[in-house]
Ligand binder design. Structure first.
Ligand code: HXC
Ligand code: NAP
Length: 295
């Protein structure tokens, strides 16, 4: 069931959606799913060849309208150019998905200041550049725009070994909540999705490299004992972009199979205790608690 599309084919008809980092991974999957729901899609990223190939493949698979425009989200003028090309092609832009990101695992003290900058610039600066450009346009043109930001579960909790990403995603989450209130008067909604692990080449090569992944199987951290399926995230994104979610504003929806809560709950680690051991544990606890209190 979760591997099939949620929305009917015409749910997003006449809506144009800009997806940053839409050439690969989750961005590509969202582009495909939104085209299948009738939307027109603009994808942008740094690698022209990659986005052109994705656009041509998705146009063939879905029969939908998709435009690829090269751009670096760190450069405001690039985003203005992407927007102009999109409006020229499709007439208007109705939604923005801030999905482009950079990340890799590293002990923080090993990072150069440039390495820290590059992640924060792609994720935070990239997201506010696009948000500012689209927001000004929506307000000027009186369009009830939709903003959807792809963050992570550690945008709320923080996480070692991906500190630049954690700082930047936390900033994006703060922007989501702030603008949900400030721009609601213009009819603009802002929400975020916090995914747990969804297999993509981009994330896996940089966060779960071979060797490490085998030693510390990331799946074991997930109570549902599986990774997310791309269609599950696509369905959530499509819902949040559609009018079905018209009263949801300023929310971050976690989609991680219970992963972050497993790490947070004080005694969740007790699931390593084998069933037969619980008799012994209970017996010893009862014996002690029924004895005389020690002075
Ligand atoms: C330490 C590193 C490094 C590493 C790069 N750097 N990789 N430092 N450990 N593994 C340093 C470089 O030495 C350099 O600093 C600086 O970072 C910039 O690196 P470049 O390779 O010159 O930059 P660039 O080619 O622009 O590549 C950017 C990138 C790259 C972010 C480093 O990984 C990239 O293009 N990523 C885009 C896609 C991506 O990251 N996807 C994953 C998203 S997954 P110096 O000082 O030497 O110049 C995600 C999921 C999170 O966010 C949650 C999962 C559950
Ligand atoms: P991905 O395939 O590597 O996607 C990242 C995209 O960002 C790439 O297409 C990349 O394209 C683009 N990008 C990077 N720098 C850019 C820049 N300066 N300007 C424009 N585009 C840029 O990784 P993914 O796993 O699909 O990640 C997608 C989103 O989901 C990210 O926000 C990530 O943080 C989030 N997320 C993923 C997971 C997961 O498990 N996969 C979990 C939590 C959150 P170019 O290199 O061509 O620029």
């Amino acid at each position: 069931m979760y591997k099939t599309p949620l929305l009917e084919k015409s749910a997003l008809k006449e809506k144009t959606i800009l997806i940053t980092g839409g050439g690969t991974g989750l961005g590509r999957s969202m582009a495909k799913g939104l085209l299948e729901a009738g939307a027109k899609v603009i994808i942008t990223s740094r690698k022209t060849e990659v986005i052109n190939k994705t656009a041509s493949e998705l146009a063939d698979i879905t029969g939908g309208l998709i435009l690829a425009v090269t751009g670096d989200v760190r450069r405001y003028t690039d985003i203005e150019a992407v927007m102009a090309a999109g409006i020229d092609e499709f007439g208007s832009i109705y939604a923005l998905i801030n999905n482009a990101a950079g990340n890799f695992i590293s002990p923080t003290e090993r990072l150069t200041h440039k390495a820290f900058d590059i992640i924060v610039d792609i994720v935070l600066k990239g997201s506010y550049n696009c948000t500012l450009a689209l927001g000004k346009y929506w307000i000027r043109e009186q369009i009830n725009g939709i903003m959807l930001n792809i963050v992570t579960t550690y945008a709320s909790t923080g996480s070692g070994f991906v500190v630049p990403s954690a700082c930047a995603k936390a900033g994006v989450l703060a922007m989501t909540r702030s603008l949900a209130v400030e721009w609601a008067k213009y009819g603009i909604r802002s929400n975020a999705i916090a995914p747990g692990p969804f297999p993509t080449k981009g994330a896996w090569t940089r966060l779960f490299p071979a060797g490490l992944a085998e030693k510390l199987d990331p799946k074991k951290r997930i109570p549902l004992n599986r990774y997310g399926h791309h269609q599950e995230l696509v369905n959530l994104a499509a819902y949040l972009i559609s009018d079905y979610s018209a009263f949801i504003n300023g929310e971050v929806i976690t989609i991680d199979g219970g992963e972050w809560l497993k790490g947070a709950g004080e005694f969740n680690w007790l699931d390593v205790v084998p069933k037969e051991m619980w008799d012994q544990i209970e017996k010893s606890m009862r014996k002690k608690s029924q004895g005389k209190p020690s002075k």
